[in-house]
Design a protein around this ligand. Structure first.
Ligand SMILES: [Zn+2]
Ligand SMILES: [Zn+2]
Length: 96
């Protein structure tokens, strides 16, 4: 599966998305919603789609489908983006 990085995805560069994301971050009090579950306050910088936009484009602007996350938590939500995950996937494949 092809995963585009958000930096190169024009969706994230639109005014509409920026305005929407700003609203979500304000709703979440600029706090990472995953760290919050563990009682930690970490500033959230990224608005993440809980259901991936690739599969659920109709939920791209659904506030219920979006959560503010810090970078560390966000990376965990997208293991397919990291090199480490790639290695992991290869390892799993070996046992397939
Ligand atoms: Zn976090
Ligand atoms: Zn995300």
């Amino acid at each position: 599966m092809l995963m585009r990085y958000k930096e190169t995805d024009p969706f994230y560069l639109t005014e509409k998305w920026r305005a929407f994301a700003a609203k979500i971050r304000r709703r979440d009090k600029y706090q990472c919603q995953i760290c919050k579950r563990y009682g930690k306050y970490v500033e959230g910088t990224i608005v993440h789609h809980i259901k991936p936009r690739e599969e659920y484009p109709e939920l791209a602007y659904d506030p219920e489908n979006c959560a503010t996350l810090c970078e560390a938590c966000h990376n965990k939500m997208h293991p397919e983006k990291g090199r480490k995950a790639l290695r992991q996937r290869r390892r799993y494949r070996r046992y397939d």
